[in-house]
Design a protein around this ligand. Sequence first.
Ligand code: NBG
Length: 822
Amino acid sequence: MYSKRFEKEAFKKEVKHNVRTLYRREIDEATPQQIFQAVSYAVKEAIVDDWLATQKTYEKEDPKTVYYMSMEFLMGRALGNNLINMTAYKEVKEALDEMGIDLNAIEDQEPDAALGNGGLGRLAACFLDSLATLGYAAYGCGIRYRYGMFKQKIENGYQVETPDNWLKDGNPFELRRDEYAKEVRFGGTIRVEYDEKTKRNYYIQENYESVLAIPYDMPIVGYGNHVVNTLRIWDAKAITEFKLDSFDRGEYHKAIEQENLAKNIVEVLYPNDNHYAGKELRLKQQYFFVSASLQALIAKYKKKHSDIRKLYEKVTIQMNDTHPTVAVAELMRLLIDQEGLEWDEAWDVTTKTVAYTNHTIMSEALEKWPIDLFSRLLPRVYQIVQEIDRRFVEQIRQMYPGNENKVAKMAILRDGQVKMAHLAIVAGYSVNGVAKLHTEILKHQELRDFYEMMPNKFNNKTNGITQRRFLLHGNQLLADWVTAHIGDGWITDLSEMAKLKPLADDPKARAEFMDIKYKNKERLAAYILEHNGVEVDPRSIFDVQVKRLHEYKRQLLNILHVMYLYNQIKEHPEMPFYPRTFIFGAKASAGYVRAKQIIKLINSVAEVVNNDRSINGKLKIVFIEDYRVSNAEWIFAAADVSEQISTASKEASGTGNMKFMLNGAPTLGTMDGANVEIVEEVGIENAFIFGLSSDEVINYENHGGYNPQEIYFNDWELKRVVDQLMDGTYSHGDHEMFRDLYNSLLNTQGSPRPDMYFILKDFRPYAEAQKRVEEAYRDTDRWARMALLNTASCGKFTSDRTIQEYVDDIWKLDKVTVEPEE
Ligand code: NBG
């Protein structure tokens, strides 16, 4: 048994006790939410035992620690996952069953911790799971947003956003740690004072505003190893409580301002994925959590170590995209202004401590802060950035004498902007991309000049996902089946899945595998009926595209193809056609108008097609509302086809693709991101690949030569589909509703080219690939083989492998074992 606390009778007693003390109720009077809280507190007891044991071990062994700094941690729900990782899920389920309580229903009471947008935030969450499971000391550092990713409602086919008040019932797993609060300052001016004695300048910030950063710790439970790491997310509080006597001192406004700053700074997550909005408050958020985290880690280091110049021996900082890269200059500031180091010493420490991960080549995602904003908000930090830039430009000139073009392209400060990626690359001791293809594109296209100048920094770390959440928890039927065949080693060593490969030739195993898929499809069908009111047939092909809505991800290509299929079926009712359910799930950033139109289009097509009785239910379209981590777990389990159809070169990696593969859904996709490596692992015959290559796309982008009108006028079936955006077929006769989408395909309108994402170019190849899907699916044996082989070949895509590579090549952490307390 993992912990005596999960012994059935003891656990039941604890739950009842918690209901009484928390709510002054007996268990049979408690609401499901109250039971969720009571159960969670009982689980937390066991977690805290291990949390303390882990802390003691770390204190004793003093391992090197990674601080994973990220604006986003898309954690999802904690209760089920914690039970899974404490290997207590089944015990607790039974204990609750005996009390007449259904664990699933209780889990359903927990709001997702949705402190992230999409892949980047979910990756951070998977990494924390793997770090704890592998026994490495790690902190996640982030923001405790009062409101996470918005809740999505679909009204009349349109996305409507409502606030995600995830903390309203209280978060049973978090711990507030007032004793580690830190002050963070904004704005004001810098006065320089020269000290004769030390012969140094001192920089004093005056007339600033400040907030108090208060950390909340959330436990990150390793699988079956009693390791509990910490996700530390910061809340903000005004430093001077609003006092009445402030009136007298004329500080009324200042007091109010500080209150407001504190309230605003952690209020809400910006709902942008792969897009940079350039808002002042966003920069405040970034500096806020970075500064607080750095202050805390330095204080912690100094408790045990006297020489700050050796910080990098015990601490490493991974910057998750450019969002936390102000850490470079803030660490310099703390080392120079607070710790008294000279510039060169501080630079030595910083450049051995910070490392940077790039997550996108989308230019609209690259953060470039206007200098006037940056310097006003962070005056001292800006001075430091100026000096870093000055020295770097000198270096460029030394290396490339007379080549001012290099300076123009690589400088940190240029065109009135602070280029955060450049700052990160210059200071980072490692720069990594997130899939092989992505890293190659970084080296040879996007970051070519930097790669030429400092090739040794660049490396690849192909993303991964945690099988503990996305199989063991999300698909218990398949997890049990896998364990029955190859044992449970896969839970912590996903390469074990390869042992399933021979089963692809075993008819009985194939039948079992597909039977599990069918049951998962039934489960999802019930969810869809309950949440969407649409009836779908689990015998149809479940063809799924779930991810953030973005033009480069090409949900538009998918729905145009559905429109095309619908035309075909209407025109040739006799045509053989295997019934299909096209499932979409996607949130669009609140300000992303075109993305929202695509959601409306999907829902409009759904309305027409789902209600057309003449097609006998051959086609169904479902848009799942509020796609998020918790319902994703069910969706992956039920998918037959994994749609990964981004414009080649644009999807840095993708991680949804891996979750589908793990759950036995072959990829229908372009050679983009990690799809390339998925195909390498599973074999091209077990995937459906189509479309332009990344080289072809980049070539068109650099040299032109693509004219979508040519395709449009030469392919009348495609033309008809595109025209249907305008002729009212899907808009109750309104010719304007989808005009912008129509135009985006055929005309340049403010954008450099028409059809920026090569949708018309890839349309036919996509339709053909879809035909191959249908043929393969008709052949039940063949399909079962493919599906099973996908699961069997997914070993590489565990985040355990990714993290081990980060540890070996970048972080150099020490492995720790934790003995549970008696
Ligand atoms: C996203 C990429 C995905 C990738 C995740 C995680 C950003 C900026 N990037 O392809 O679009 O899988 O990062 O690396 O959100």
